[in-house]
Ligand binder design. Structure first.
Ligand SMILES: Cc1ncc(COP(=O)(O)O)c(C=O)c1O
Length: 487
């Protein structure tokens, strides 16, 4: 009896000690220097303590009533704080067990499959010029979690704030600098990708009836944009170095030319890169005729030599178009434009008119990636994947592959005698491989009829790319007179 009583007393004391230890370990936020509603102060303290490692994945939080008692607040306030923290994916409640600090990206079921995929069956698609998928997916999942914890999500779902615009513009300037373009905040415009940037530049620069010059083979949507804006598009003759200066000079003397659209580095579709002298000759002509240039540098970072943009030679007449689509994630639709200050306002006006603003949430993701080194990593991975795929293509296509232009996401193939691009595309499609005939890029009827573009990065699986390229090689080896396939 005596012994039983002593045992009971010891057990009770152990329980008390356990409670004291538990109370010592209880999370109690320091709210002394925080401002704003109390419940948000608690959420912010929670987020800061997770970021600082004071709280880690799986840590148990005190029941909200306990926390209310500790902080001398009402249970309503702490209950609201916990509800908001659940919303922001900082914590999770488990029925009957308590409230716990949430884990890293993989713990969030909706974001678990963080890879970007493209169809792994159906025709092998070498017709679409997109970056390799999958590289940004895992980053996107963790960035979304971080954003959820940042407390700024609601603001990012709203119209852009001045503070966000300021940060996004700073990131845009860094990206432009990577392309060799110096830009001030006033000169920098954020667009929904390069295509939108080009459209806005045209809207800002041109009036119906103006003449827009470009190469005979050019970025596909340009022709439709010009038609929609009532512009007359005229073709510049090109040689192996790019658009011929004499032809630009002639056209500027004969026509009411307002602007040129050019892709000096890794030209779409031919992949050709203009040498420095050609860039200088074009800059001289811009100044001589007072004509503007829309310089599209979407593929610029893939070029190993990093050519000097024409914008550096004629900054007052050049609008620089860049985009994160080919390096980070095309679906985010974020591009950056630099224009002389006198034009930047009109380009911003065109952005407002067409979509009011680039979605702030997407721009925030890209700005974070530019600021925290993720963009560096993704660019490096795209570049390395692209050069691996270029090497693979050259190896498989052998003597059919172009000799130069071993960079970027696509290659341009001049077909052997006897082929038309149409005929080749139909033959390839009959064997389950899609490529684009050169005529799709032509603004005059005679251009591109005997060439095709092969895109190397749309297919996620290298084995499918290899099969596709082997099929193309086989078709090339067999020659055009092989009996057509019955489709
Ligand atoms: C030359 C060129 N400019 C612009 C774009 C459009 O890029 P974005 O996806 O950023 O609109 C492309 C896309 O293929 C392109 O090839």
């Amino acid at each position: 009896m005596q012994i039983d009583l002593i045992a009971l007393k010891i057990t009770a004391e152990i329980e008390t000690i356990k409670e004291i230890i538990a109370l010592m370990a209880i999370w109690k936020p320091d709210l002394t220097s925080r401002r704003g509603p109390k419940y948000l102060q608690i959420v912010e303290a929670l987020s800061d303590d997770i970021a600082a490692g004071i709280l880690t994945f799986g840590d148990r939080l005190p029941p909200h009533r306990e926390l209310a008692y500790q902080l001398s607040l009402s249970p309503n306030t702490t209950g609201r704080a916990y509800a908001e923290a659940v919303n922001r994916a900082l914590i999770r409640g488990e029925v009957g067990r308590g409230t716990f600090v949430r884990g890293p990206a993989t713990e969030a079921p909706a974001l678990e499959s963080g890879t970007l995929q493209r169809p792994a069956n159906g025709p092998i698609d070498l017709s679409r010029n997109l970056p390799l998928p999958g590289l940004a997916g895992e980053k996107l999942a963790s960035t979304c979690i971080e954003l959820g914890r940042s407390g700024n999500l609601a603001a990012l779902a709203d119209y852009q704030t001045e503070a966000d615009l300021h940060r996004h513009t700073a990131a845009a300037m860094l990206w432009l600098k990577r392309h060799g373009v110096a830009s001030t905040a006033e000169e920098t415009v954020i667009t929904a990708g390069a295509q939108h940037g080009i459209l806005c530049a045209l809207m800002a620069l041109c009036e119906p009836g103006d003449v827009l010059l470009t190469e005979q083979l050019t970025y596909q949507p340009l022709k439709a944009m010009a038609a929609r804006l009532g512009l007359k598009i005229a073709a510049i003759a090109s040689d192996s170095q790019g658009p011929c200066p004499e032809d630009i000079d002639r056209l500027c003397r004969q026509r009411r030319v307002r602007a040129l659209y050019l892709t000096p580095t890794l030209h779409t579709p031919t992949g050709r890169t203009m040498p420095q002298e050609r860039r200088e000759a074009i800059a001289t002509l811009l100044n001589a005729h007072g004509v503007h240039l829309i310089e599209d540098d979407v593929f610029g970072l893939f070029h190993p030599g990093r050519q000097q943009p024409i914008a550096r030679l004629a900054p007052e007449l050049t609008i620089s178009i860049t985009s994160t689509s080919k390096y980070l994630a095309p679906g985010l639709r974020v591009g950056f434009v630099r224009a002389p200050a006198r034009l930047a306002g009109a380009i911003r006006g065109a952005v407002n008119l067409s979509c009011w603003m680039t979605p702030p949430l997407n721009t925030e993701i890209v700005a974070r990636w530019i600021g925290d080194g993720t963009a560096d990593e993704l660019v490096a991975r795209q570049l390395s994947a692209a050069s691996g795929r270029q090497a693979l293509a050259r190896q498989i296509l052998g003597e059919h592959a172009p000799r130069d232009r071993a960079a970027g996401l696509h290659l341009w193939l001049d077909l052997p005698d006897g082929w038309s691009a149409d005929q080749f595309c139909v033959r390839a499609a009959g064997r389950n491989v899609l490529v684009t005939g050169g005529e799709a890029f032509a603004i005059i009827p005679s251009a591109g009829k005997t060439s095709i573009r092969i895109c190397l990065s749309h297919e996620a699986d290298a084995a499918r790319l290899e099969t596709g390229l082997s099929v193309l090689r086989h078709i090339l080896d067999a020659g055009p007179r092989q009996a057509p396939l019955v489709l």
